[in-house]
Design a protein around this ligand. Structure first.
Ligand code: BGP
Length: 468
């Protein structure tokens, strides 16, 4: 028996991308370097196929066509991010007029096509001018970020009504300072916790600017939530370990963003590992008084945890690491996306929404990213040149069923954005895995072709749901 999954009226249907992964660099665009431009210049071999951030999906040139294609695939909203290093090339000085023109034109074009722009201010892309001085390690970055945020609100606040301070602020912590997958490739928990703390304070300052400036609209943050499941829910040691992982990777930003406090478990972890960051007088009050209006949830995979069993490798120098406190658990029954190496667990999206409903005052939220990266999609091109990505349709539909269930149980979830619209550049994975509703041919000036999933999505939006 099939069931009808209808979503609330006005549901935000769309997709997400980011400035650094889509815009590209062009002569005369005035953009300054971000850490991605710099890192690629230094170590191009670390990027899949040697493809760097200058060779993205060319949105800088193709935004008009893209806005039209978003309309064609049913989008009523779309999230991207402003690149700080484009708007203020040296991060703290003058605004780049070319950037102002570009973002104005881009947002206008989206709006003209019935697509509301949701705009982020930071998507892993620290301007190199600040990274050279330590980036998030340096308290100076906190104030520079708040200034940048205010400038962005002033410049684009007439057309952007939904702002996001960050995309996945835990990722610079993990990638840059714990697990060596982003520049500057450090492995140092004390530094990582300092980066985390500075991001938290900077966010509060930006929210303060937004609210005090009287800008119209809402401000939120996009967090990648990884529900932390204990190996054995009956085993207190597993449960304790999972709670610590949750505090470190989820609640570290959820709690200050929504409740205005830092989780006790996180403070305990900091104290126990000797990684408590320096705090200034007034920070706690600032964080308490400046919380978000809207939460974006990126959901890809859960985190499975067991009590500590194996000795820790640490950072090789004997310093603390999160894994001193828990082990990752390899669930034998897991279903995998083999290309990305991420577990697919649809119910996790529901667990995230119910957690927000029960523990975070049921704050307004939406699914800001969810999606499936697949390698070698050209295998699935049919005689008409269309990629038959039935696996993506299935992935999205199966997650949407759980979103629907959470809404039926009272979650204030207002939308679903897929990652992503046009195939885009995936950091060090470059173009290895494709995520889009729309294929991009890099060898043919970035030519776009709507995939089967893009057409399917159009129908879902037209019906405001589906039968399955
Ligand atoms: C999220 C990021 C995106 C995007 C996506 C897919 O974590 O917000 O920027 O890239 O994941 O992941 P990846 O590109 O690493 O495959």
């Amino acid at each position: 028996m099939s069931k009808n999954y209808t979503f609330p009226a006005g549901f935000w249907w769309g997709s997400a991308a980011s400035g650094p992964q889509t815009e590209g660099r062009y002569d005369g665009d005035g953009k300054g370097d971000s850490l991605w431009d710099y890192w690629f210049e230094q170590e191009p071999e670390k990027f899949f196929g040697g493809v760097g951030p200058e060779r993205t999906s060319r949105v800088y040139k193709m935004y008009k066509e893209d806005a039209r294609l978003m309309k064609e695939t049913g989008h009523n909203s779309f999230r991207t991010s402003i690149q700080w290093s484009r708007l203020i090339p040296d991060a703290t000085g003058e605004v780049n007029p070319e950037a102002v023109k570009f973002y104005n034109d881009y947002f206008d074009e989206l709006i003209a096509n019935g697509v509301e722009p949701f705009v982020g201010l930071f998507h892993f892309d620290m301007p190199m001018a600040l990274q050279n001085e330590g980036g998030w390690l340096n308290r100076k970055t906190v104030d520079a970020y708040a200034r940048y945020a205010k400038i962005a609100f002033e410049l684009f606040g007439d057309k952007v009504k939904r702002w996001f301070t960050y995309n996945e602020p835990i990722v610079p912590v993990e990638g840059g300072y714990l697990y060596d997958f982003h520049y500057p490739n450090h492995k140092n928990m004390k530094e990582a916790m300092r980066v985390m703390y500075h991001e938290i304070v900077a966010q509060a300052l930006a929210i303060k600017e937004f609210h005090e400036g009287g800008f119209d609209g809402t401000i939120g943050v996009v967090l990648n939530l990884t529900p932390s499941y204990p190996r054995d829910p009956e085993n207190p040691e597993d449960v304790k370990a999972a709670k610590l992982a949750d505090a470190l990777f989820n609640r570290s930003f959820l709690d200050p963003s929504i409740l205005g406090t830092l989780p006790e478990e996180l403070k305990w972890l900091w104290a126990d590992s000797g990684t408590t960051p320096d705090m200034l007088e007034g920070d706690a009050e600032l964080i308490a008084n400046n919380t978000i209006d809207l939460l974006g949830i990126n959901y890809y995979q859960p985190r499975r945890i067991k009590a500590k069993e194996t000795p820790v490798e640490g950072d090789g120098k004997g310093g603390p690491m999160p894994e001193d406190y828990f082990d990752n658990y390899d669930w034998p029954e897991k279903k995998m996306n083999p290309y990305r190496g991420w577990e697919i667990y649809e119910k996790g999206i529901y667990d995230c929404l119910i957690n927000v409903k029960e523990n975070y005052g049921n704050i307004d939220c939406y699914i800001s990213e969810n999606g499936m990266g697949v390698e070698g999609e050209e295998r699935y091109i049919d005689a008409n040149g269309e990629i038959q990505d039935d696996y993506r349709i299935e992935f999205v539909r199966d997650h949407l069923k759980w979103v629907h269930q959470a809404i039926a149980e009272g979650s204030n979830c207002h939308g679903y954005h897929m990652w992503t619209c046009m195939d885009c550049w995936s950091w060090t994975n470059a173009y290895k895995n494709r995520y889009g509703f729309i294929a991009v041919d890099l060898d043919n000036d970035g030519a776009r072709t709507v995939k089967k999933s893009g057409k399917w999505f159009h129908q879902v939006v037209a019906d405001n749901g589906f039968e399955a």
